[in-house]
Design a protein around this ligand. Structure first.
Ligand SMILES: Nc1ncnc2c1ncn2[C@@H]1O[C@H](COP(=O)(O)OP(=O)(O)OP(=O)(O)O)[C@@H](O)[C@H]1O
Ligand SMILES: [Mg+2]
Length: 610
């Protein structure tokens, strides 16, 4: 996860105007299933706006038709109309907000489901290079930002624009010259708003980036808190945390500063506009060019006009941060999922090997080997999309049906990598991997997962009961529980197989966790068992249980095991000795010892007490 920091950079920098439009269009596509509700919301919006626009005009009528000429006739009616417009405005606003929040919830529900579904199908390499904290940020706060956009941003921005246009139209209709005076400040206001918007937008993006980094840091250090403590790194972690935390809060303060300039600024422009209006309006009322009621209506409208401007740019910020969020969300949705079925590239065939041709023809008449690696080359993908160091360099071996193959070798030799590739968690760069004669790239993912059961070095258990964990493997847990010895240790407990394993299996001992993961792998009665033996040692009694269970599990089953236990190695039909990404020796224990090569050295170092 050390490459997280660079990754933020390459990732969060992309943005252009053109992209904004594309993003918006994509977001809008989520709205299209809710057209009916959307139409209702817009209808309520238009009617509500009309009610709002009616208010000041009714005031003008009251002044010009009743107050100035001192006529009582029609006064009560106009006041009633005024109140009705006010009530109508509120009613429609309520309807609009209600409809919009329902739409927002539904859209978010869908996006969240899509994201979760996608996360489940992403290739393993995605999680290698993306800190869990950042994935969490995307699932939670990015989705929230998007929700805010839809439920408060989108439609009310449309609302603000509608009312701005409506007011401008009514003002022009009442008196064009006064309208021009009122709007004289607009160009300056727009300039001011644009400038600040730019700063705010940048500060906002920076703040989110810092927050994601803070979250990633927290996630790593909370998950690894035992390691942090074990190595007495609390103080160092604390200092690092302070750095991230300070960076984030400095950015928030910068953002707040921009807002503090922004709102009073807009207010100032509004006051200047009202001043100009009082001055020019006063002159024209005295000259008899406009009525007193018109001036009052103008003052009312001017106030209504500047409020949404403040609003629009505020909404603009919501829009900006939501766009940044949705960009990241869509990045996940667009990350290529693990390839299911991809036809083999026809050009990339390895050159013919005539010397082997005849032998191959003979072999073709026999049943194909269960597992076959042919000159496999591989390097883990790096975060920036490039290739890392070569981890496997031309690995070839075969394993027949019913055989147990044990892979041994020093740490980092590439043992786990061989298993990863067999399960097709990563794509190989060169060569072929065949399972019962079929290229693994041609086997649909579901089928491949059905054929292979996998037990990892550090077994992962789901929260739930022991039985649920084993049942997750397949429908036949009964025998699996028996063979693996899980029934035996769980039987001694009060709640037996219904015992909760605790989050991530924390409440079971390491040995018990291993047994449960064996049982889970067995429950499916897989054609091929792939096992990365744990290196952590357990007490002798449990060790004996684990060995016994393994012996039963492996007998007669096609299995490929990264072996650390002598018992496993001895019982294997074939041992593959890996060294720096190559299979350097193969054979049985006896043969390999006699050869006095790498295996001999490993064996004497690891298992023979001097
Ligand atoms: N997810 C990964 N991303 C990048 N490099 C990796 C990844 N996993 C392993 N490597 C690298 O590949 C090489 C082989 O690793 P591998 O896990 O296959 O070793 P191993 O033989 O299983 O070792 P061990 O006995 O310690 O489990 C190592 O140099 C390691 O740094
Ligand atoms: Mg390993």
């Amino acid at each position: 996860m050390s490459n997280g920091a660079e990754f933020y950079f390459t990732e969060d920098r992309v943005e252009t105007r053109g992209m904004d439009v594309r993003l918006l269009r994509r977001l809008l596509s989520y709205l299209s299933p809710h057209r009916g509700l959307l139409a209702a919301a817009l209808g309520a919006l238009v009617l509500g706006t009309a009610c709002q626009l009616a208010g000041p005009y009714i005031i003008k009528l009251v002044i010009d038709r009743n107050i100035t000429p001192r006529v009582l006739d029609g006064l009560a009616g106009r006041v009633a109309l005024f109140l009705a417009a006010l009530a109508g405005g509120m009613g429609f606003l309520y309807l609009q907000m209600f409809a919009v929040s329902i739409i927002g919830q539904r859209v978010i529900l869908q996006i969240r489901a899509e994201m979760f579904g996608r996360l489940q199908r992403l290739p393993v390499s995605f999680f290698d290079r993306t800190p869990t904290g950042r994935v969490m940020t995307r699932l939670t706060s990015d989705v929230e930002a998007l929700q805010e956009l839809i439920s408060s941003g989108l439609v009310s921005t449309v609302g603000s624009v509608t009312i701005l246009v409506g007011i401008a139209a009514v003002l022009f209709w009442m008196d064009a010259r006064l309208t021009i005076v009122t709007f004289a400040v607009l160009p300056f206001l727009v300039l001011f708003v644009e400038l600040l918007k730019k700063f705010i937008r940048e500060a906002n993006r920076e703040m989110r980036r810092k927050l994601a980094r803070l979250n990633a840091f927290l996630q790593e250090h909370v998950t690894g808190v035992d390691v942090v403590k074990a190595f007495v790194q609390e103080e160092k972690s604390g200092r690092e945390f302070d750095v991230h935390n300070d960076a984030y809060s400095a950015e928030s303060i910068r953002l707040t500063n921009f807002y503090s300039v922004y709102f009073p600024g807009v207010e100032l422009f509004a006051s200047v506009a009202v001043g100009l209006l009082l001055w020019q309006g006063g002159v024209r009322v005295i000259a008899g060019a406009v009525t007193f009621g018109t001036l009052v209506a103008f003052l009312e409208y001017a106030q209504k006009f500047f409020a949404p401007i403040k609003d629009v740019s505020d909404k603009y910020n919501i829009l900006q941060s939501a766009l940044a969020s949705s960009e990241r969300i869509f990045q996940i949705l667009d990350t290529e999922v693990s390839p299911e079925y991809r036809p083999l590239p026809s050009g990339g065939k390895s050159p013919p090997r005539p010397a082997e041709e005849r032998g191959r023809e003979r072999a073709a008449r026999l049943p194909p080997p269960a597992i076959e690696f042919r000159d496999v080359w591989f390097s883990y993908p790096k975060g920036d999309g490039g290739q890392g160091e070569t981890v496997l360099r031309g690995v070839s071996f075969t394993l027949h049906e019913g055989e147990t193959g044990a892979i041994v070798g020093a740490t980092g030799a590439g043992k786990t990598t061989v298993l990863n590739l067999l399960c097709r968690f990563y794509e190989i760069s060169r060569g072929e991997i065949r399972l019962f004669g079929r290229d693994v790239r041609e086997i649909p993912r579901e089928e491949l997962r059905g054929m292979i059961s996998l037990v990892l070095q550090d077994p992962f258990l789901f929260s739930g009961t022991i039985r649920e964990n084993v049942e997750a493997g397949g429908a036949e847990p009964g025998r699996a529980l028996e063979v693996s010895g899980v029934s035996r240790f769980a039987g001694a407990w009060e709640s037996g197989l219904a015992t909760q394993v605790g989050e991530r299996g924390g409440r079971l001992s390491v040995g018990q966790r291993q047994l449960v993961s064996f049982a889970r792998a067995l429950a499916r009665d897989p054609e091929v068992l792939v096992l990365d033996e744990a290196t952590s040692s357990v007490d002798p009694v449990t060790e004996h249980e684990v060995q016994a269970a393994l012996g039963k599990i492996l007998t007669g089953r096609t299995s490929l095991v990264v072996a650390h236990r002598l018992s496993t190695i001895l019982s294997a039909d074939r041992i593959l000795v890996m060294h720096r990404g190559k299979v350097r020796e193969t054979g049985t224990h006896r043969e390999l010892l006699a050869a006095r090569g790498i295996y001999h050295r490993l064996y004497t170092l690891q298992f023979e007490t001097p």
